[in-house]
Design a protein around this ligand. Sequence first.
Ligand code: ADP
Length: 294
Amino acid sequence: MAEILVESHNLVKIYKAADLEVVALQGLDLRVPTGEMLALVGPSGAGKSTLLNILGGLDEPSAGRCEVAGVDLTRLTAKERLLYRRRIVGHVWQQTSRNLLSDLTLLDNVMVPMVLSGYPANKRRRHATELLELVGLGPRLHHKPERLSGGEQQRGALAVALANDPPLLLADEPTGELDSVTAQDVLNLLRRLNHELGLTTIVVTHDHMVAASMDRSVAIRDGRTSTEVLHAEEAEETVIIDSVGRLQIPKQLLESLDFQGRARVHFADDHLELWPAGGNANLNGNARNDGRGA
Ligand code: ADP
């Protein structure tokens, strides 16, 4: 079985602003094997960016467990957090302006994180050049971002994110500002980096095309993981059961079956049946109504 690179268990994040508390994550469980390409999907406000910020070492969990590459993110000193951000994770943002410094050439942009992390001075230029060639920007080494197209800027952003060879890449809507053809190019590049570098990739997205190009999509709702789809195996959607036995039923199903906040449960030998607790169980005509009171 593949090694687990990211593991969160019962992860909680509470934001406090004045006398208001917002529970952004409320007991989230997630395991990401090394080498997986994962999409985090779900409605706005569900907690996706919060999770990405915690995994990126930009924000601290309030409670629960969260480990990336063996680093416990709940117990880092400020110095350890900085080292974590420089060596373990690379970040790509939707806004290209947030990824690249406008006054520097691409080559210098890629070398900045290397300088900050103490990458050997005599190897920086060569490694930065190799990374830019890997993302297809060999002919653009000395260009400043303003001379690059949107797609080229996101390729450059990937090279910057990978400057210190992190095992984990985090990307927040990395193709959000690109047209669909350019977006597909960037997705193909992510897949190639995944193959060639064994890079584990977590992408937050609202875009179905982006999610479908990953190995797995995990939906987050109300600060918890709810359902997942394995794209590679074209499996059906799976409902996630968290470590304390909670499951979230997809909204569509919930609405179509009119559970009204309660379900009657029938425990069979090898499966469970959930019936709306109120009215007649009519599961699209497929269900048996066998007098068990559902
Ligand atoms: P998503 O990325 O899925 O849209 P977010 O992680 O941005 O969701 O937000 C989850 C919840 O946490 C939302 O209710 C949001 O308003 C709140 N939130 C996010 N960041 C902050 C913050 N810095 N301060 C206060 N509340 C926040």
